[in-house]
Design a protein around this ligand. Structure first.
Ligand SMILES: [Zn+2]
Length: 195
């Protein structure tokens, strides 16, 4: 964590982990399919059984997160984001994902963020939702903040209007953009837009 402290201007968490994260056998999904599939198709895939979800048997790898990042960048952000350093961690404290913005000079070839995602998920749809959430923060920090700097304003990473500017576009792909998600409502409804 000491390395991360260099970046710690802001940490934005998506949701609290349930306390009963379970340490059991896990399954890694193939990511090759993401070359020929849309976000909307991925978001409408069948959900895994509830027992699978409750045990958080959906395991994300950096490779999968990067593949999903590319897809979201293409479909939502018009490929305007530069992929930051991405980490998948087994012990994120109380969050599904984090975006850290560094106070470095702007560089058109390099992101000023790092993104960290949890490794275990209820399902792929939750992982996609979390990556999109962190990418909205990255857009704030890497792109909106650059424009703000020209106006003499400080950089921004928030859950305000600059974050939610992508909400409608994401919604069309079946991806909710929220500050937090309620996992109890998720297990009660199995509907991402209701939790
Ligand atoms: Zn956030």
């Amino acid at each position: 964590m000491f390395l991360l402290k260099m970046y710690l201007l802001g940490i934005y968490s998506l949701i609290f982990f349930p306390v009963n994260a379970i340490n059991t056998h896990v399954t890694e999904y193939s990511v090759l399919m993401y070359h020929n599939i849309t976000l909307k198709e991925l978001m409408s895939e069948d959900l895994p059984p509830l027992t699978f979800q409750r045990k958080m048997h959906y395991v994300a790898t950096v490779r999968e997160v990067k593949a999903l990042y590319r897809l979201i960048n293409k479909e939502i952000f018009g490929n305007r984001l530069i992929m930051p350093k991405i980490y998948v961690r087994s012990r994120l404290k109380g969050t599904w994902g984090e975006c850290h913005g560094a106070d470095l000079p702007y560089n058109k070839d390099k992101s000023r963020c790092i993104i960290i995602l949890a490794d275990r998920w209820y399902c792929k749809q939750w992982l996609i939702m979390a990556i999109a959430h962190e990418m909205c923060h990255q857009y704030e920090w890497d792109i909106i903040s650059k424009h703000r700097e020209r106006e003499g304003l400080p950089p921004i990473m928030s859950h305000g209007p600059t974050f939610f500017r992508w909400r409608d576009k994401l919604k069309k792909k079946g991806i909710p953009l929220k500050k937090f998600n309620d996992h109890e409502k998720w297990f009660a409804t199995q509907r991402l837009f209701k939790c």
